[in-house]
Design a protein around this ligand. Structure first.
Ligand SMILES: O=C(O)COP(=O)(O)O
Ligand SMILES: [Mg+2]
Length: 212
């Protein structure tokens, strides 16, 4: 049975406001200046350790494990405060399900925060598996992150399509031999599509996956 594997941040959910708020709370607590929204969006995609590292580096600070732990705990608690599915996502998920697709999530966000977000937004029931950024020894762009998520859903690469908004999604899919669709509504610039078909809105997805 065919399976559509979704990225989370910038693909299923518009999570930048809560990531931004938690990052600015962390920085304020350290006596450091916060960031603009475009700066935060540019730091999303490689998981929380990379996000906190980039933020501290931008303020000439060394990486700090305690700062990462504090950010992760604060963000996880507040992950759904402002975050919502992108317009058209609930309808697209319903349409894919009706067309016989199973679905999974493969995200670099830590698993606990990702699960809480999907639960809080009422989306969790759509997904047969969730592979978070800390669920396996590797994460996107390593194709094993996608392959392990598929295995958790009881599916194989030959049945899958990956939908994401970052070069990490495109490269994980390519490495796993899985076709990819780029989420044009997300956080990554279109250059990150690297030749994948681009969906302008979530409602393009049912037609695009059917044409693969
Ligand atoms: O947490 C991140 O940095 C990115 O998460 P994503 O893989 O769901 O886009
Ligand atoms: Mg993303």
């Amino acid at each position: 049975m065919k399976i559509a594997v979704f990225d989370l941040d910038g693909t299923l959910v518009d999570s930048a406001a809560d990531i931004h708020a938690a990052l600015d709370r962390l920085m304020a607590g350290l006596g450091l200046a916060g960031f603009t929204r475009p700066e935060v969006i540019g730091m999303i995609g490689d998981g929380v350790r990379a996000l906190v590292t980039k933020a501290l580096t931008a303020r000439d600070q060394p990486f700090d494990e305690a700062a990462l732990d504090a950010f992760t705990a604060d963000y996880t608690a507040e992950a759904s405060a402002q975050t919502r599915p992108f317009e058209g996502i609930p309808a697209a998920l319903d349409a894919l399900r009706a067309a016989g697709w199973r679905m999974a999530v493969c995200t670099n966000k830590p698993e606990a925060a990702a699960r809480k977000l999907l639960d809080d937004l009422g989306l969790a029931g759509h997904f047969a598996a969730l592979g978070g950024g800390d669920s396996f020894p590797v994460r996107k762009p390593d194709p094993q992150h996608l392959l392990a998520t598929l295995a958790a859903a009881g599916a194989a690469a030959g049945q899958a399509v990956m939908i994401g908004d970052h070069r990490n999604d495109v490269r994980a899919a390519a490495g796993a031999g899985v076709p990819c669709i780029f989420a044009g509504w997300g956080y990554g610039p279109l250059a990150m599509a690297e030749g994948c078909p681009v969906a302008a809105t979530p409602l393009d997805l049912p037609g695009l996956v059917a044409a693969l």
